[in-house]
Design a protein around this ligand. Structure first.
Ligand SMILES: Nc1nc2c(ncn2[C@@H]2O[C@H](COP(=O)(O)OP(=O)(O)OP(=O)(O)O)[C@@H](O)[C@H]2O)c(=O)[nH]1
Ligand SMILES: [Mg+2]
Length: 444
């Protein structure tokens, strides 16, 4: 594969439609389009042309747009051939431009070229994919903000702060004699604290952006018969999972995509967590743990009549690192006095008790998406990068407080910066790029 190749792909959805667009990008885009139309083409004009095959027969006709590099999406010469939308027609046209020297584009190759030609940074390129695939208006608006650079700007600001502290510290290192004096400056600690706060704030926004993008995963966990599948059904609004009074009813993982007050949520119902000699149930429990450990939020359901038990404590123990919430179920079976005695959230899927409060709590941090002008879209990769950068900044602060060594701190600052640069793509491995762009669709 060479970046010098001129690439071609159908840019409109595959299928029948009024208009179908083939996009060419690369050094030969103009000459290929001129051969196809047997005419001269100029920049910035809407030009009606006939698209002809090798024998001069008309395949289709339509509008040709020529964008001269670097003033184009990819930064290269780009030509759009806007003909009629039709599967056979578009294929004939694509074959013709192929004959004339264009190669079929790989998935995400237009965006990748735009990135490599500095038309977009990596977070912006990802935002295009997220924009196209956004599942809600709030997500689309947030993706647009990321595409316009809102997220990248914040990361750049933080990186600039780190760079300025790095250069200060590294300059001090060059004057080894004076290092002590130089670095004793409490200003350094203050700067580190400020950078950490800034990083934390971006992380919080990015976490919201990721949930807006991918949905919050909410795993329902607990012992058999706790009422997990009943809760899934209640939230989904239909009987997605089988409910019986037999402990161990659910074995497979059951997923439902729902919106709770506009927040996209993937609800996951799992097998009751218990030791079992039944191999099917054992497999179910294994899968349940796998899902639960990856979830953003875990609801630990406890049958209120039975109360909190050792088994529940063991589950909580294993999930210490996670956002886990205890929920007491089957409130309708308890007398008002017993209900009073329970400390914790009580629900009933029978009579709906406590359900509004549960939904309010789950969405408390998110429900304002539709009115939030500052939310941007983000991906797991970005959240991980921001988290790791925080760890390095914390390490920088600790190491400096303990040893006063500018050298060690400078290294941690460098590593933090590297993590952040990966988000915008200034420092990125080929593998990562391949992974990101290949998940885009062809023609994007
Ligand atoms: N009274 C009452 N019964 C409930 C409630 N929620 C669930 N149940 C009953 O409790 C039993 C178990 O409910 P499920 O939803 O299947 O429980 P589960 O946690 O999915 O059980 P497993 O799949 O076996 O792990 C069923 O008989 C339900 O009808 C509730 O809010 N009130
Ligand atoms: Mg169940």
């Amino acid at each position: 594969m060479s970046d010098k190749d001129t690439i071609a792909a159908i840019a409109t959805p595959q299928g029948v439609g009024g208009i179908g667009i083939i996009r060419l990008s690369g050094a030969q885009a103009l000459s290929i389009a001129e051969s196809l139309t047997r005419s001269r083409l100029s920049v910035g004009k809407t030009q009606f042309r006939y698209f002809r095959d090798a024998d001069g027969q008309v395949i289709d006709h339509g509008i040709v747009l020529y964008f001269q590099g670097p003033h184009s999406f990819t930064g290269e010469d780009v030509v759009e051939l806007q003909g009629h939308g039709g599967l056979v027609l578009q294929d004939m046209l694509l074959s013709r431009v192929h004959e004339l020297g264009a190669r079929l584009a790989h998935a995400g190759e237009y965006s990748e070229r735009a990135f490599l030609n500095n038309k977009l940074d990596l977070a912006q390129a990802e935002a295009i994919a997220d924009l196209i695939e956004s599942g809600s208006q709030a997500a689309a608006r947030a993706a647009m903000r990321s595409l316009q650079g809102m997220f990248s700007d914040q990361v750049h600001n933080l990186v600039n702060g780190i760079i300025s502290l790095r250069s200060y510290v590294e300059a001090a290192l060059d004057f080894a004699e004076e290092e002590i004096d130089f670095l004793a400056d409490t200003d350094i600690q203050q700067q580190l604290t400020a950078l950490l706060e800034q990083n934390q704030q971006i992380l919080e926004q990015a976490e919201q952006g990721r949930i807006l993008n991918e949905g919050m995963t909410l795993a329902i966990a607990g012992q058999p018969n706790a009422g997990k599948s009943s809760l899934l059904n209640y939230l989904a609004g239909y009987d997605a999972a089988i409910v019986t009074d037999i402990a161990g009813t659910t074995r497979d993982v059951i997923r439902e995509h729902i919106a709770l007050k506009g927040v996209p949520v993937k609800v996951i119902d799992t097998a009751g967590l218990r030791e079992s000699s039944d191999p099917v149930e054992q497999e179910g429990v294994k899968r349940a743990w796998r899902e639960i450990e990856l979830a953003d939020v875990v609801l630990l359901l406890i049958d209120a009549e039975r109360g909190y038990s050792e088994q529940d404590a063991a589950i909580e123990q294993r999930l210490q690192q996670q956002n886990i919430q205890r929920i007491y179920t089957k409130a309708d079976l308890l007398s008002p006095a017993r209900q009073q005695s329970i400390e914790g959230q009580l629900i009933s899927t029978r009579n709906g008790q406590g359900m509004d409060q549960l939904v309010d709590r789950l969405t408390a941090n998110y429900h304002d998406y539709n009115h939030d002008q500052s939310s941007f879209i983000a991906r797991k990769r970005h959240v991980e990068g921001l988290k790791t950068a925080i760890l390095y900044l914390q390490q920088a602060a600790e190491v400096f407080a303990e040893t006063g060594s500018g050298e060690l701190m400078a290294e941690d600052l460098r590593l933090a910066q590297q993590q952040l640069n990966q988000i915008t793509g200034e420092f990125t491995s080929e593998d990562l790029l391949g992974q990101i762009f290949s998940s885009f669709c062809i023609g994007k």
